[in-house]
Design a protein around this ligand. Structure first.
Ligand code: B3K
Ligand code: ZN
Length: 882
């Protein structure tokens, strides 16, 4: 372990920094294996600090220190002390500003952790969030130290013709030895996690954007030369994002230049460095023949997300890393709103809820559950979680729901105005909302501090004589690690009633409020009873519309009632959700039958419901496809007390195939009507056509029908866009198909020079339910294109197998677990962040049967015994075992 006793950092111990850094002047002399860094800092004792210690403690890791100069005086021991993680300078001036100059060197080539300055395909680039700047130089590496930066980069002209950093370019020139230099100045104060440097042989795609106030901003996307034809969509997305933030939040861009660089080796999606975003190539590069509709949508939303950070994250940043959701939850909410506006509101909401309910709910119910604002961590990189991001966004969404569009905007305006240039907390964000709106959010703040997913238990009773509907809602939040007793939360529940013809019934919470077709019930107590009067007939209750709160809803409903809501609910989310609950109940019943050795029979209610859907005409074909999609195996697993991966897979397959058998004609008609050549259209109609067509193909190819198998094969061979080609290949890989091997080989041949497409090829094979998947994964690990140092490749092969293939990963003999642990142990020394992320499927061992539990625990114990285990891996492995 890096540290024999990994230290836990607590929010309650937060102290203001003892020193502030006004200016940072950096000079880099680049070389792959030995980059020299000269840092000149102007520092001052922080007037708000109460410490009387005159030592300055800087953080630094893996640095070779050459010299330390204080106000022109070269220091030597014992004026300074160097440890593995710190540089302590004794007796610095307390009453005046002072200058510290440090020279050190680093080795980007040896940096496989991809944090700090590292090498990717010959290009040098940085990743500093959360604590990577300390791997570049000694510094006060914490977000509440904000400084003005100038950066000079010196490098070889051939190897590094492009030299970039934050802000505006202020100078450049030639040097001897075939070198050149470029200087950059960032006029905005920023924390060091937003620092960035890029150097390499890059092509620049240039465009401009004129802001609403008339300023012309230069937009530049830098990529490796062979990728220059894949940047148009990213550029367009950036322009849409800039216009949207002006229109919806009144936020304009502040520098004259906005740069994006795409790199192949990246631990996450992208990074919002001031004026110089660095992106995983996956979220920049797209051409219709290489990227699917899904990729296009993700690129647009990640470009937007990083752009939106300029205000929510950069201009106003986090006081400490516990406040991470201040910038991430809010920015995710903003990118969700943007995508909803740009595509289909209904589809976007459903996709976000699917992600939340399958993945975040599992996190919230597992050994690593933590509040949206965690109160302790060992390694902050482990807290870039679904809870901080996605649940954090739901918390902001609830504020939006409670305050309304205008009230929320007033709060945001105040927040931007008041805290611009500062490092603040989640409480400050809530304060902005209460200052500008007549609302008490004290109880609401529990959403930031209480972990776990609240469960709402609902009963309703209609009395025909009194014409009253009584609705009872109880809330309960289960215990999570370290939090055994929970308080009731403030929960907005969107609600409506429908009559037997599907018409909304106006209702009111009490006689003082107006009648409305839809209400927001604000739960604050453990139990609430609402009585709705003058309800002339037995109504159907539609609850948690739009998924107005991140909670689990428990309400007994008959299959008929769910089928009714699937047909009639006026809320697009609740309508879809009724269909999901209908299929879930049916599949869970079949799982039970499988476990009891009974013959399977599919309820005609589901067949009729789907038939009904297929018989209608639809405006939004993407929404229609979602209505036709069954809940995933992962979602179904979450609904079971003990997960039975084999029965889940069998039951779901049975339902898919039986629906296909019964609805073959209608599915074929939809497929054939929507299957047309759309080489490059990325608009809602074309996307919808592809989506519904491929959903139908997915059902149809479960049938043993030679004609349909040919359709898939033909679609694969003639596809002009990646969505169609991939959809065809995927049904051929996931079902027995005569051309499976051949098409997989052809696909590789066709795309071997496009790494992002080859990732799809790895991922598809690793997630196949086919019998030979485990052996295939073993073989792919030895494939020349597999590379443990490339996170995208590891995620494509190992991530898809362990997180997207429950059937094979949880094979009863434990081979899946062993394979994953072998990889994690190797990754531990190469890339601790990636190793710890890959561990997540093993942490849920409590959810499986005794025999699988024992096998999973054995692997976790093996991992925890790894020599030199990283903090990242240690924290996740030990918490999941304890
Ligand atoms: N802020 C970065 C995430 C950095 C993760 C560090 N381990 C990307 C984003 O959320 O926009
Ligand atoms: Zn973010």
């Amino acid at each position: 372990m890096r540290d024999a006793n990994p230290k836990t950092i607590f929010l309650k111990d937060y102290q203001v920094p003892d020193y502030l850094i006004h200016t940072v002047d950096l000079t880099f002399d680049l070389a792959e294996d030995n980059t020299l860094v000269k840092t000149q800092l102007s520092l001052v004792k922080n007037p708000s600090s109460s410490s009387d210690n005159a030592d300055l403690v800087l953080m630094g890791e893996n640095l070779v220190l050459h010299s330390v100069v204080l106000d022109g005086q070269t220091l030597s021991h014992p004026d300074y002390l160097q440890t593995d993680e710190q540089l302590i300078i004794a007796n610095v001036p307390q009453q005046r500003e002072f200058t510290l100059t440090i020279e050190n060197s680093i080795n980007p080539k040896a940096n496989t952790a991809l944090e700090g300055l590292y090498l990717s395909n010959g290009m040098l680039c940085t990743q500093c969030e959360a604590e990577g700047f300390r791997k570049i130089t000694y510094f006060l590496d914490r977000p509440d130290v904000m400084s003005r930066y100038t950066t000079t980069i010196i490098g070889d002209k051939q190897r590094y013709p492009v030299l970039l950093s934050n802000g505006n370019k202020t100078g450049s020139g030639e040097l001897s030895d075939n070198k050149h230099w470029v200087s950059w100045q960032d006029p905005f104060n920023k924390p060091c996690y937003l620092f960035a440097l890029v150097a390499g042989q890059l092509e620049c795609i240039h465009d401009t954007y004129t802001t609403q106030s008339g300023r012309v901003i230069n937009l530049e996307i830098f990529v490796e030369p062979h990728d220059r034809d894949k940047c148009a969509h990213a550029m367009q997305s950036l322009k849409y994002s800039m216009a949207w933030d002006e229109e919806v939040y009144g936020r304009e861009y502040d520098l004259d230049l906005y740069m994006i660089v795409a790199v192949s080796h990246f631990n996450m999606g992208a990074m919002e460095n001031k004026g110089l975003n660095i992106f995983n190539t996956k979220f920049v590069l797209a051409r219709p023949d290489t990227a699917t509709d899904y990729d296009y949508e993700h690129i647009e939303s990640v470009i937007a997300h990083e752009y939106f950070h300029n205000w929510t994250g950069n201009r106003i940043t986090c006081r400490d890393w516990f406040q991470l959701s201040l910038k991430e939850g809010f920015t995710v909410f903003r990118d969700q709103q943007f995508t909803a506006d740009r595509t289909s509101k209904a589809v976007k909401r459903i996709e976000d809820v699917i992600n939340l309910r399958t993945r975040q709910f599992a996190e919230d119910a597992g050994p690593l559950a933590h509040p949206v604002r965690p109160d302790a961590y060992i390694e902050i990189n482990n807290f870039y979680t679904l809870t901080v991001y996605e649940k954090g966004a739901e918390v902001v969404r609830m504020l939006h729901t409670l305050l309304g569009e205008q009230g929320f905007r007033k709060g945001c305006d105040w927040y931007f105005e008041k805290y611009d240039g500062q490092a603040v907390t989640c409480d400050d964000f809530v304060l902005a909302m209460t200052t500008t709106n007549p609302i008490d959010l004290e109880q609401f703040k529990l959403w930031y501090t209480q972990a776990g997913t609240p469960v709402l238990t609902v009963t309703s009773d209609y009395n025909a004589t009194t014409q009253a509907l009584t609705l009872n809602i109880d809330q309960h939040c289960p215990a999570t690690p370290g939090q055994h007793v929970k308080k009731p939360m403030h929960i907005p529940v969107r609600f409506g009633l429908i009559d037997q013809q599907g018409t909304p019934i106006p209702c009111q919470v009490n006689s003082n409020t107006a009648l409305a077709n839809e209400l927001i019930l604000e739960l604050t107590q453990a139990s609430h009873t609402y009585v709705f009067n003058d309800i002339k007939e037995q109504p159907v209750v539609s609850l948690l519309r739009g998924f107005s709160a991140p909670v689990k809803l428990v309400m007994e409903r008959s299959l008929d009632e769910l089928a009714f809501l699937l047909n009639y609910d006026t809320d697009t989310f609740s309508r879809w959700d009724a269909g999901q609950q209908l299929s879930t109940q049916i599949i869970l019943g079949l799982i039970n039958d499988i476990q009891n050795g009974l013959a399977l029979q599919l309820s005609p209610i589901l067949i009729d419901a789907f038939q009904n859907l297929l018989a209608q005409s639809w405006q939004d074909l993407s929404y229609f496809s979602l209505l036709l999609s069954l809940p995933s195996e992962t979602y179904l697993a979450e609904q079971m007390p003990i997960i039975d991966v084999v029965a889940i897979h069998k039951a779901r397959e049975f339902v898919t195939k039986t629906l296909a058998e019964n609805l073959q004609q209608a599915l074929q008609t939809w497929y054939l009507n929507q299957h047309r050549d759309e080489s490059g259209c990325f608009n809602a109609e074309a996307i919808g056509r592809r989506r519904i067509k491929n959903t139908c193909l997915h059902y149809l190819t479960t049938l043993d029908d030679a004609a349909i198998k040919n359709w898939a094969h033909q679609q694969f061979k003639t596809a002009k866009n990646m969505t169609d080609q991939m959809a065809a290949l995927s049904v051929m890989v996931n079902n027995p198909h005569y051309a499976r091997r051949q098409c997989l080989m052809d696909f590789y041949q066709q795309w071997q020079h496009e790494p992002l497409v080859i990732d799809k090829w790895f991922s598809l094979q690793a997630s196949s339910p086919g019998l030979d998947t485990y052996d295939t994964v073993l073989a792919l690990l030895k494939h020349p294109a597999f590379e443990l140092k490339t996170p995208n490749r590891v995620r494509a092969l190992i991530g898809s197998f362990s997180q997207g293939n429950p059937l094979h990963f949880h094979a009863a003999n434990g081979t899946g677990y062993q394979l994953l642990s072998d990889i994690i142990i190797e990754l531990n020394s190469l890339n601790p962040q990636l190793a710890s992320r890959m561990l997540s499927p093993l942490t849920t061992w409590r959810r499986y049967d005794d025999s699988r539990q024992a096998l999973m625990i054995a692997q976790l114990e093996r991992i925890i015994a790894t020599e030199h285990i990283s903090r990242d891996l240690y924290e996740v492995a030990s918490k999941s075992l304890s």
